[in-house]
Design a protein around this ligand. Structure first.
Ligand SMILES: Nc1ncnc2c1ncn2[C@@H]1O[C@H](COP(=O)(O)OP(=O)(O)O)[C@@H](O)[C@H]1O
Ligand SMILES: [Mg+2]
Length: 333
């Protein structure tokens, strides 16, 4: 349905970066084109104020289908709210014309709103600006660093104490989503923020509800819509299987491995390539990860979904457990 913008010089990405981008295709074929990160041009002309209320201040980030801006809620400000700042996610102009894209943005809103959890980004409202006919979501403004930026600053990974403070809330958020029948679909470092208020999982733009949950929500057929991030998507997803909780577990395990070692577990390769190249044989326990956590993380990284016999909740429990030796020492103290 969409014509992607011709590549611009400043949009050229390396192969490695391309494997971190979410891929989109609104097409019959399973072959997807990499979506380009939108620039000002591809996002289109943005009005200064949306829906007569939200003054756009600056671009915070851009992804496959749109952009996120920092904005000021003029109404809250008028009532003296000391913190009238919000974040606003809006589809880029090219996607805004597609009813599928608006439905997808609404689906992101409905899925995320189902999750009232300290470690899931809080959304405020779904709105449409009648002048420019563009749908957008308003949400809590996170102030902090996404994990991909954090990893740039910490190329050797994080010590266990710091890693644990991210891993446990993140797994807690994912386990909660799964328990509420919500699948994320795009677990990767740029979709997790270490904010001033703690860890936040966000971007359920590729999320799906499990069968029977939110039944009124339009179900986008996988034949028409494919999206994945090759470096973090489980092999079965890349091979056209439906999204599952187990695929989210593979994605989060890649993120945790990367946080622990500073390196992606499979050289950032698409999981199908990593599997076919038997890269699991080279997989070592990250230095910063306590030994007793490794079997659980290794199971979560299994290429074969049938061997990935661990849930997000079990992985959280394994990461949260203290080793029996540590436990004994603590008991003695
Ligand atoms: N609520 C928010 N507060 C602050 N920054 C945000 C917020 N939401 C998104 N961002 C920034 O915008 C980027 C893109 O947002 P995301 O929701 O992941 O969109 P996409 O679906 O395009 O990937 C994020 O990686 C993050 O840097
Ligand atoms: Mg994203």
């Amino acid at each position: 349905m969409t014509q992607l913008m011709p590549p611009l010089d400043d949009l050229l990405v390396t192969d490695e970066e391309a494997n971190n981008l979410t891929y989109f295709a609104f097409a019959k074929s399973h072959k997807a084109e990499p979506a380009l990160a939108p620039t000002k041009a591809s996002v289109g002309e943005m009005p200064d104020v949306l829906a007569g209320r939200y003054r756009i201040e600056r671009l915070l980030g851009a992804g496959g289908m749109g952009a996120v801006y920092r904005a000021r809620d003029l109404l809250s400000e008028q009532f003296g709210d000391p913190d009238p700042y919000i974040a606003l996610k809006i589809l880029s102009e090219e996607f805004a014309e597609s009813p599928d894209a608006s439905a997808l943005l609404y689906s992101e809103f409905a899925l995320t709103r189902r999750l009232r959890h300290d470690n899931v980004l809080r959304l405020h409202s779904f709105e449409v600006d009648t002048d420019c006919q563009r749908a957008f979501i308003t949400m809590e403004l996170m102030r902090g660093l996404t994990l991909d930026k954090l990893l740039c600053e910490r190329p050797l990974g994080l010590p266990w104490k710091e890693l644990r403070d991210i891993a446990l809330p993140l797994l807690d958020a994912l386990a909660f989503a799964h328990a509420r029948g919500v699948l994320h679909g795009d677990m990767k470092p740029s979709n997790v923020m270490l904010s001033e208020e703690g860890v936040r999982l966000f971007d359920f733009g590729l999320g799906q509800a499990e069968e029977g949950i939110l039944p009124g929500l339009p179900h986008l057929s996988r034949n028409r819509f494919n999206a994945w991030t090759p470096g973090y998507a489980a092999p079965e997803l890349l091979e056209g299987q439906p999204l599952s909780a187990s695929a989210d577990v593979y994605g989060v395990a890649c993120v945790l491995y990367e946080l622990a070692s500073g390196k992606h577990p499979f050289r950032r390769l698409p999981s199908t390539e990593a599997r076919d190249g038997h890269l699991e044989r080279e997989l070592h326990a990250p230095r910063n990860l306590p030994k007793h956590c490794w079997p659980a993380l290794r199971t979560a990284l299994a290429f074969n979904a049938a061997d990935r016999t661990i849930t997000a909740a079990q992985l959280r429990d394994a990461m949260g457990a203290t080793s029996s030796l540590l436990q004994r020492l603590r008991l003695r103290a």
